[in-house]
Design a protein around this ligand. Structure first.
Ligand code: NAD
Length: 473
């Protein structure tokens, strides 16, 4: 589907012929015409985006293979169909979500009606990272389009093939006067951040998150920050350790460990560590074979810089499985480390790679204290057979999400907010929340002029009025 064909590439960093300012001005002019507001425009854009994903799946699959060695099956499930599902859910419910919501009016104001209505914000900026370059560009875009906004998308320069595919294909499918793709790195993003947007939606690390928030503050622009951090996994006796190990290994080594919600480290409670480590090693072999480098299902590290960073963490403990690296191939074997000290290098930063340290803690109290002494994680996982442990995990810790029995998958439930808390982020999206994130909830009060029940508050205040006001207001 090639709808509007007046599309141009928004910015050309090489020639510098167009700037962030010109792009935003062009989109703002479109927004002012009101053409992005009707439900029909929004639906058309969402259907076009869906067509892009289904018709051009092969292009994205190749791009992700080039950028991340991502297996076509992972690309399908975590990039393409993920966004298609988000679009379908939104198309199904959008009309209802956009209906004004009646709100009760206090008796003192009657007769009157009150409601909230969602209105589009205007022109928004979406800055995406490299690890799920399609999903994390387009899932926020679904929210922006559904909300009736114009959007500038800045994909990550660290995944260049995916960025190029988005820049080439999005304008062919979407309304090019309402959606622009700006490719580039720090200079281009810095230029964009100088502009006044009506919302900035950033996914990536907390250091840049702070830069984004400071830039947005200059224009009083609200931000959503989807950040990361170290997501712990608690494992307790009384659970099926073999099954738990399979789930943890799958969650950790998916996309070669480069997922924001991926289990970052395991806290093995009591004496479960030796048994769990054995099952983790077996799970790795079951999923990727004895030489994961030859598995078509196992990804690669995005670039040499990240390869060197992750490889340097490998001697933080005893290697249970994995440990091999091949810099020329950007390959790091799925690795489980045992006997890891709490202050080992691998515990000092988000790993964001295929390394899983296992730490031993004596009991649940120690595990909860360990979590609470650190930044609030994006996700916290627990494998336990105990209801009491679940209750304590939920009430005695804080994290963006909690997953019992399965990592990562909470973000595929469109009714659940996806976002962090504290260091792991600010704001959330997915499903209805995406539309709300990219909208303003406007308060509307509608009171007829007659009967004039408000007279009682008009001065001058005599004794009678004063008594009524003091009694009822
Ligand atoms: P990245 O390097 O691709 O950076 C993200 C974006 O910020 C890119 O578009 C990049 O161009 C831009 N950027 C980089 N430096 C900048 C600067 N100085 N000024 C302005 N813009 C700049 O991605 P990353 O940060 O390496 O991504 C990994 C991090 O993102 C991890 O911490 C991960 O946990 C987190 N993450 C979070 C989520 C989530 O949904 N919460 C999803 C994926 C990744």
């Amino acid at each position: 589907m090639h709808e509007e064909t007046t599309v141009q590439q928004a910015s050309d960093a090489a020639t510098g012929t167009t700037t962030g300012a010109a792009t935003v001005e062009r989109l703002r002019a479109t927004f002012r015409t009101g053409r992005t507001r009707p439900l029909e425009w929004r639906r058309r854009q969402l259907r076009a985006l869906r067509a892009l994903l289904t018709e051009q799946g092969g292009v994205f699959t190749e791009a992700l293979r080039a950028d991340l060695g991502k297996s076509p099956v992972e690309t399908h499930s975590s990039e393409l169909s993920f966004v298609v599902n988000e679009i379908d859910h939104t198309l199904r419910h959008l009309e209802r979500w956009l209906r004004p919501r009646r709100v009760p009016v206090p008796a003192t104001l009657l007769p009157a009606r009150a409601r909230t209505m969602l209105e589009p914000l205007g022109v928004v900026l979406i800055i995406a990272p490299w690890n799920y370059p399609v999903q994390l560009s387009l899932a926020p875009l679904v929210g922006a389009l559904a909300a009736g906004d114009c959007a500038v998308l800045k994909p990550s320069e660290v995944a260049p093939a995916s960025s190029a595919a988005l820049a080439r294909l999005l304008p062919e499918y979407l309304d090019g006067d309402a959606v622009a793709v700006v490719e580039g790195g720090v200079p281009e993003t810095t230029d964009l951040l100088e502009q006044r947007f009506d919302h900035v939606f950033y996914t990536g690390n907390g250091t840049v998150g702070r830069i984004v928030m400071a830039a947005a503050a200059r224009h009083l622009t609200p931000v959503t920050l989807e950040l990361g951090g170290k997501s712990p996994v608690l494992v307790e006796a009384g659970t099926d350790l073999a099954a738990a190990a399979r789930r943890i290994a799958w969650g950790r080594f998916f996309n070669a460990g480069q997922s924001c919600t991926s289990p970052d480290y395991v806290l093995a409670i009591g004496d479960v560590a030796p048994e769990l480590e054995k099952h983790l090693a077996a799970a790795v072999e079951e999923m990727y074979g004895s030489d994961p480098q030859r598995s078509p299902d196992y990804g690669r590290i995005v670039n040499e810089r990240h390869f060197d960073r992750v490889a340097a963490l490998l001697d933080s403990g005893r290697v249970v499985v994995g440990g091999r690296t091949d810099r020329g191939d950007r390959y790091i074997a799925p690795t489980v480390l045992a006997d890891v000290a709490p202050d080992a290098p691998v515990m000092r930063e988000e790993i964001f790679g295929p390394v899983l340290p296992v730490l031993r803690v004596p009991d649940l109290d120690a595990a909860l204290a360990f979590v609470n002494e650190r930044d609030k994680p994006l996700a916290l996982y627990a494998f336990t057979g105990s209801e009491e442990t679940r209750r304590r995990v939920l009430t005695e810790t804080s994290s963006g999400a909690v997953g019992f029995g399965l990592p990562n998958a909470h973000l595929t439930v469109p009714g659940l907010p996806f976002g962090g808390v504290g260091e792991s982020g600010l704001g959330a999206y997915h499903g209805r929340l995406s539309v709300e994130t990219f909208s303003h909830a406007k308060a509307v009060l509608d009171k007829p002029l007659a009967p004039d029940t408000v007279r009682v508050v008009y001065p001058p205040f005599g004794k009678v009025k004063e008594r009524v006001i003091r009694r009822f207001m």
